[in-house]
Design a protein around this ligand. Structure first.
Ligand SMILES: [Zn+2]
Length: 410
């Protein structure tokens, strides 16, 4: 077969070469209701057009419903059991230290982006936060930079110079809606100037952590998103939109955070220091969620005792052993603890009260990490064909759906 038309195989899945530019957008923390509410409010006409003329589906993200495991699943097309990134942190038992997993050395699978670039496609990836850039751009020949450090991108490091001049915007604050807007603005400019065959745009959930669906700030964000997607569409792109995870209120009716402090509880139940709680949501940017999410992993010898103590806690929805969790959530068993703990829709998990700074929470806590944030949109500007009925769709199927199932022409 002609090399130029052969599909590209990555991690056991085949992807057709695009005949029009394909843009995959990961909207961080995009609970489907954000889109519904923005359309209802009449502020997102292009998103409405995608519903009418394209395809709107719901998929499942990876649990833990956190940013890094899901972004990496999306760009590799496979779950963490294959690519190895199960959260932002794991505990290295042999070295007795907590290890941050945003280094590509922890990545066990190549990305679709890198494989397409190797096969001769023009590829670009733009992320909001810099923490994702090295993972997403791992071994990728093409353009890759973050909005957060857009001024530092170079031809040698990011495949591009003078990003600020190209985009025509200043470097935004890391805690702002503008950080995500920069990503979309850059995507439009890249499509106009470099016309990549395949482009990945990944935003940050600053707005979603603060604002519920349908609020003026949330609607403004989706109005902005709708406008940029309309420009990408006008430039001829096939667009696939999904999310890394949803977002839920994690408070009581009075707006107070509902937190279960697991380290405290396990110290009380088993004795001080018998269990080690790891919160894989923890990262250098915690102001808007206080490092509180609905998923935790516990390293403990007395798994039966710990499980019993954990299941007695209100707000704890699920406690699974390592193998069971690895199987059910398709995680790498060596990158999670002896137990996996999932909190319910309105509850988050902490270590101990003293270790969480909640002073940055100026509005009622919203967060993610559990099963309650697993449903995400899969939205396309083209009709999809040949998707088997009854197929369980995942957010990491978005490249498959956009490249293999979207009709290329309108
Ligand atoms: Zn996220």
């Amino acid at each position: 077969m002609d090399k130029r038309v052969e599909p590209i195989e990555v991690n056991g899945r085949k992807y057709a070469r695009p005949s029009a530019p394909v843009v995959v957008v990961c909207v961080d923390g995009c609970e489907p209701d954000y889109i519904t509410q923005a359309i209802q409010a009449g502020v997102a006409p292009f998103l409405q057009r995608m519903l009418a003329q394209g395809s709107s589906l719901i998929g499942d993200c990876v649990v833990p419903s956190f940013t890094n495991p899901n972004n990496v699943s999306i760009v590799t097309g496979v779950p963490p059991a294959v690519h190895g990134i199960c959260g932002n942190y794991f505990y290295d038992v042999a070295k007795d230290r907590e290890v941050m997993m945003n280094d590509p050395e922890f990545l066990r699978a190549p990305t679709i982006l890198a494989a397409f670039a190797d096969a001769g496609a023009r590829v670009a990836a733009v992320t909001a936060k810099d923490k994702l850039r090295t993972l997403l751009g791992h071994r990728m020949k093409g353009i890759c930079f973050s909005a957060e450090k857009a001024d530092q991108a170079t031809m040698a490091d990011g495949g591009i110079d003078d990003v600020l001049q190209l985009v025509g915007r200043p470097v935004p604050s890391v805690y702002s809606a503008e950080l995500s807007e920069f990503v979309f603005a850059a995507g439009v400019k890249l499509l106009q100037t470099h016309r990549p065959d395949l482009m990945y745009l990944s935003t940050t959930d600053y707005v979603q952590h603060k604002c519920a669906p349908g609020t003026p700030e949330a609607n403004a964000f989706y109005a902005m998103l709708s406008g940029y997607l309309e420009q990408l569409d006008a430039l001829g792109a096939v667009i696939g939109l999904t999310a890394d995870h949803g977002m839920s209120p994690k408070t009581d009716a009075a707006g107070r955070p509902r937190v279960v402090y697991l380290q405290q509880e396990l110290d009380d139940a088993l004795g001080e220091g018998r269990a080690r709680v790891i919160l894989p949501i923890t990262d250098p940017y915690v102001v808007h969620h206080g490092a509180l999410g609905s998923f935790a992993t516990v390293y403990v010898a007395d798994t039966a005792g710990a499980r019993e103590a954990l299941l007695a806690l209100p707000g704890v929805e699920l406690v699974l052993g390592r193998e069971e969790a690895a199987r059910r959530f398709e995680l790498a068993a060596d990158r999670i603890g002896d137990l996996v703990v999932v909190a319910d829709h309105l509850t988050v998990l902490g270590t101990s009260a003293a270790r969480h700074d909640l002073s940055g929470l100026t509005v009622p806590l919203r967060s993610h990490g559990g099963l309650s944030e697993q449903k995400v949109p899969l939205l396309f500007n083209r009709p999809l064909h040949g998707v088997a009925t009854g197929r369980r769709l995942r957010n990491f199927d978005v490249f498959d759906l956009a490249l293999n199932h979207a009709s290329p022409a309108r």
